[in-house]
Design a protein around this ligand. Structure first.
Ligand code: K7E
Ligand code: CUA
Ligand code: CA
Length: 640
């Protein structure tokens, strides 16, 4: 079932990890997996000792003072609701990008501009203050990242956020209709029809939880719940269309030719209890024929659900029996698969088995043949289904034909060769597809390699998101950090390079070369319609009870030394930072009014509040900017 360990101490550490996961919550899973491993195990290489860590050479992980990282990493924050930017390979966190939830540093959720992106209720308060980000992917051109956008999902409230990669800020958030548990996302890589559109124009979103359609209260019959696959326009961020499906969606992948998208399905049973969800021996990888779906929408072959105007086409088994007209195809995959990933050679989608110790390789050319009516049996598109270890979850690639899959239950990464696996599956039992195994610490979920899911996969670094860190860092009370481990994959053997603690709880991430983005560090005044372009334009402008306060900042002073309001005024305060020097950010806090935000060079932001407390309030700069930073203040005087 699992490869032998060599030394007593290694055995002990394996027992330690085993014991660790032997909790009530995981016991069911372990039993489920054990039941699927009666088949003889595939060839397994000896485990690389964990002591490979820290091997003499630091391999560029520990940068010298002033040295810059060579890769960006975009990490989802999990239920902190943010996106994080890490420098790689150092693993240093450089930035957090607030999107779905408020952020006290930036004033995200405080300023009018950020509230407009986040969405508000009728009374102006935020619609949501919690989120759960899982997956992050960036826009493509010609099969590689083009540095325009990244996207990230909020599973709790079914929202998709877009991050502009010029300023590293969130500029749009869309809530998907008719779905719950929005989980997997992936941008397309080019248009399925128009060859001139060689870049991302759509983002595909998989919904994990089935719900009544429309979701009226009081529907208890779970067998009537349904799930949808959603397409969002990458530019407008409007929902373009949805597909009604059988089963559910989990993760999402897209082909390099733009023709196919897919989602792995772990609940083809459409169960509402976990026993039901794992009752079938095989689930599915559900393929979507994008061009055909969009033709159907154009031809008016859709319905709408409830108050939503989004066209919904039929992607169920029942409506798609003829391959030549099918919009969807359900390829079978063993029990409750997890990640689905596109190999950088553009040929395969790979599903990780989760409750099955296997990886399933599906050939995309064969899928296109099936849609053309030229492949007799749909499951003939499966070109390999091989045992790789216990609890496979996600797969990354090195661009040299090897795949790297996390094994949650084995606490390992397994390196395996895709073409060798295909040979083995075809009957060549001498084909050794497992190349290497490496213990990681502990229970890895997501995995990604530098440039992994692009045509420029470079096979240098592998990052592994270990869900448990247990004993790897100084204890800080009951909540442990997660452990993002970095592995050198440039050689035959994987070498563990570093542990990086991260605050809970990242899921997915991408790592790409630093020259693929061109960040701007100073705004332009014209980016903001409300900009106060000259300090002389500052002042208090009254229109009855509505008051506009215009202020500028320029180190070490605000343009107004004081400003007067009357109790009960509805105040909109607009602040433009006229400093145009890189890194010269100011803050603006109003005591007792729950206001604090920052303005970056040449940026404008505004806040609106009721001046309901009379008195003197020293508004001060919260962001260290100048030797006279502490003196940088203005008096807000509210007359009773
Ligand atoms: Cu990408 Cu964590 Cu949402 Cu797998 S999921 S681990
Ligand atoms: Cu301005 Cu500190
Ligand atoms: Ca299942």
């Amino acid at each position: 079932m699992r490869q032998k360990t060599d030394t007593p101490s290694e055995q002990l550490s394996v027992i330690g990890r085993r014991k660790f996961i032997n909790t009530a919550a995981l016991a069911g899973l372990t039993v489920g997996v054990a039941a699927c491993t009666d088949k003889p195990a595939g060839p397994a290489a000896a485990a690389s000792p964990a002591s490979a860590a820290g091997h003499g050479s630091s391999n560029g992980v520990h940068l010298k003072p002033g040295e810059l990282d060579t890769y960006y990493g975009l990490w989802s924050g999990g239920h902190t609701g943010d996106m994080r930017v890490l420098g790689m390979p150092s693993g240093r966190e450089i930035h957090r990008i607030p999107c779905f939830v408020p952020d006290a540093l930036v004033g995200w959720g405080v300023t009018n501009e950020s509230k407009a992106v986040m969405g508000t209720k009728a009374d102006g308060s935020l619609r949501y203050t919690v989120a759960d980000t899982h997956h992050t992917h960036a826009s493509y051109k010609d099969g590689n990242y083009d540095g325009r956008y990244a996207w990230i999902n909020d599973k709790i409230n079914s929202r998709l956020a877009r991050i502009r990669l010029d300023y590293f800020v969130c500029d749009k958030i869309t809530q998907l209709p008719n779905v719950q548990g929005f989980h997997g996302i992936f941008p397309d890589k080019r248009d399925p029809v128009d060859p001139a559109i060689n870049y991302t124009t759509r983002v595909f979103c998989g919904a994990e939880f089935a719900v009544p359609l429309p979701n009226n209260a009081g529907i208890e019959d779970g067998s009537k719940y349904r799930s949808l696959f959603t397409c969002v326009d990458a530019e407008t961020m409007e929902v373009r269309w949805q597909v009604l499906i059988d089963g559910n969606c989990d993760l999402t992948a897209t082909s390099f030719d733009g023709k196919l998208a897919a989602t792995n399905q772990y609940n083809v049973e459409m169960g509402v209890k976990y026993e039901d969800m794992m009752s079938a021996e095989r689930d599915a990888c559900l393929f979507f024929n994008i061009a055909r779906i969009e033709e159907a929408v154009k031809a008016g072959k859709f319905k709408t659900i409830g108050s939503s105007k989004v066209p919904v086409v039929d992607g169920t088994h029942e409506g798609n029996k003829d391959p030549k007209t099918a919009l969807t195809a359900y390829v079978s995959v063993p029990k409750n698969p997890h990640g689905v990933n596109a190999s950088p050679d553009q040929k395969y989608f790979i599903c990780a088995g989760k409750l099955s110790p296997t990886a399933t390789v599906i050939e995309l050319a064969k899928m296109l043949n099936w849609f053309d009516g030229k492949l007799e049996k749909l499951d003939d598109a499966i070109v390999a289904e091989v045992e790789i270890g216990l609890g496979p979850l996600h797969t990354a690639f090195d661009g040299r034909g090897n795949a790297y899959t996390t094994l949650f239950l084995d606490s390992q990464v397994v390196k395996w060769n895709v073409e060798a696996a295909i040979k083995f599956h075809a009957g060549d039992k001498s084909a050794k597809y497992v190349v290497d195994r490496l213990d990681v610490h502990y229970q890895p979920g997501h995995i990604n390699a530098s440039q992994s899911e692009t045509i420029a996969a470079d096979g240098k670094y592998l990052a592994v998101g270990c869900k448990f860190s247990k004993d790897r860092f100084l204890p800080v009370g009951p909540l442990h950090p997660e452990n993002e481990q970095l592995i050198d994959i440039s050689g035959d053997k994987m070498v563990l390079l570093a542990d990086h603690p991260v605050r809970g709880e990242p899921h997915d991430f991408i790592i790409f070369k630093r020259d693929l983005v061109k960040p701007k560090q100073v705004y332009s005044l014209d980016d903001f319609p409300l900009a106060v372009k000259d300090a002389k334009d500052s002042g208090v402008f009254r229109n009855g009870k509505k008051v506009t306060v215009k202020i500028t900042s320029q180190a070490p002073a605000f343009s107004l030394r004081e400003f007067k309001l009357r109790k009960g005024d509805e105040v909109t305060l607009i602040l433009t930072n006229l400093d145009k020097i890189e890194d010269l950010t100011h803050g603006f806090a109003i005591p007792n009014y729950n206001v604090n935000f920052i303005v970056n060079p040449l940026e404008t932001k505004s806040v609106t509040f009721i001046a309901d407390q009379p008195g003197v309030f020293w508004c001060y700069c919260t962001h260290f900017c100048h030797a006279l930073h502490l003196e940088m203040r203005t008096r807000m005087i509210v007359e009773a």
